[in-house]
Write a protein that binds this ligand. Structure first.
Ligand code: PLP
Length: 461
């Protein structure tokens, strides 16, 4: 399997090169040349596989340049850190299914992808004899999941900038209590935007990037999307007993990575009727799906902060297919977007979008009500991101339809928002509770790219 760029400017590369490249060198996003098709027969034969076995079946179709036994070992290592033997267990509450994706080390769904990405990096670097310095900015969730993905691994150092005092206490503890010597937390005196701009600036300095082999872990890495494809299949296999039953998935969406993985599963032949694209007040994608209006608004802070995003970086991957796999059309559209802050769609394109997706934007007050109602009726506590998806699913549900809602974080990670909704904080898992007593390590620094650069130069591997 080879990988191409949405912008058409690279010679097709192997899986291993796609993983190391992250963003394509022409500024586009990497995609597989084709999607392997999964028949009903194959699906049936997968019915009794464990999560890890299923992950191997799916990932090996896309990563055929990694020897099967090595890939198996990497997958097994990646999910050995999950505290639930099913990895992503599924439960039924109030007429919908909840797919719990938060049983990894940092209690959010990003672990499913970043545990694997960390192991892939480490494996590929060992083979090539190279080293890598990962640099990233986080508003909370991605940073801790990335740190847990590569902590203690040879040939990798990781530098994560977070805005000092502006993440939740638990998120800060998750990042700063990791004792491994390859982990460097930078607490920047500024906002998340400052952090992100610093990272962008340093990545834009090509000699610096080359000299220190800077690597990225953001959600545009193809391996992250691929790891997430697995749980759509896993959930479908758990829920449907008839071989071709179509179901819906409801996905709380920020950067469009998670829901794009669902789209990949659908293109591979998994019987998905539609993907429900759930947004909070940052609703550019909902406006796009419902009326073709893709125009940037201002980012609003909400109780589901990991979805407070306007321009979804993975959306370009979907647009590539919507535009008939034409790099020229993608380039023209994004040139225009750079100038006007808008993308335009034809009626035929909008009709296609509405075949693939159904979208709802959920307000914070609706989100709190959903958490409260769910708790009252079932005793189950939803985190605010998951609640956005559940609210959308309940509104969209028609008689007899099965909907699987992706639960993207453990409620204890967002205790304040949960308390606003139900009047009490969720129980805190022991692994999170014990972080309070651990020593913290971070470097407080002015939000200045030159300070960060000097710090990296001093501590790079
Ligand atoms: C990152 C994140 C999301 C959004 O996922 P995308 O892949 O960016 O759409 C939703 N919920 C939680 C808890 C997250 O951490």
């Amino acid at each position: 399997m080879k990988y191409i760029s949405t912008r058409g400017g690279i010679t097709p590369v192997k899986f291993r090169d796609a993983v190391m490249m992250g963003l394509a060198t022409d500024g586009g996003l990497l995609l597989p040349e084709t999607f392997p098709l999964i028949t009903n027969e194959t699906l049936k034969s997968w019915q009794n596989l464990s999560y890890q076995e299923l992950a191997f079946e799916i990932i090996s179709l896309f990563a055929d340049d990694i020897p099967p036994n090595d890939l198996k070992r990497l997958i097994n290592a990646s999910y050995s850190t999950f505290e639930n033997p099913e990895i992503t267990p599924i439960i039924r509450k109030n007429g919908v299914y909840i797919l719990e994706l938060f049983h990894g080390p940092t209690f959010a769904f990003k672990d499913v992808a970043l545990q694997l990405l960390g192991n892939l990096f480490s494996y590929l670097l060992k083979e090539s004899g190279e080293k890598m310095n990962i640099l990233g900015a986080t508003s909370g969730d991605t940073g801790s999941a990335a740190i847990y993905g590569v902590r203690g691994k040879a040939n990798i150092n990781i530098f994560i900038l977070h805005p000092h005092g502006k993440t939740s206490k638990i998120q800060e503890l998750q990042m700063t209590t990791v004792p491994d010597s390859n982990v460097f937390n930078i607490a920047a005196e500024g906002t998340f935007d400052h952090c992100q701009n610093i990272v962008k600036k340093l990545f834009g300095d090509i000699p610096f990037k080359k000299k220190y082999s800077l690597g990225a872990v953001n959600s545009i890495n193809w391996a992250r999307v691929l790891a997430q494809v697995v749980y759509y299949f896993y959930a479908w296999l758990k829920v449907t007993k008839e071989s071709s039953k179509e179901i819906l998935f409801s996905v709380p969406t920020g950067n469009f990575g998670d829901i794009f993985a669902g789209y990949v599963a659908k293109r591979m032949g998994l019987p998905i009727k539609k993907l429900i694209l759930a947004t909070n007040e940052n609703n550019i994608l909902t406006r796009m799906v419902n009326s073709g209006d893709y125009s940037i608004g201002k980012v609003v802070s909400t109780i589901s902060p990991s979805m407070d995003i306007q321009v979804a970086s993975n959306f370009e991957r979907y647009l590539y297919y919507l535009f008939g796999e034409s790099p020229e059309k993608i380039k023209a559209a994004f040139d225009n977007f750079g100038k006007t802050g808008k993308l335009e769609f034809s009626e035929a394109e909008l009709a296609q979008v509405q075949k693939d997706f159904l979208s709802l934007s959920v307000t914070q007050s609706e989100t709190r009500k959903t958490i409260a109602l769910f708790y009252k009726e079932t005793g189950y506590i939803l985190d605010p991101h998951t609640a956005v998806g559940v609210n959308a699913a309940i509104k969209a549900k028609q008689d007899g339809e099965d909907i699987i809602c992706l639960a993207t974080a453990h409620p204890a990670k967002f205790g304040d928002a949960v308390k606003q909704a139900i009047g009490r904080e969720p129980d805190i898992p022991a692994q999170l509770k014990k972080l309070e007593s651990l020593p913290q390590r971070s470097e407080k620094m002015a939000a200045d790219p030159e300070k960060v650069r000097a710090y990296i130069e001093k501590h790079a591997i």
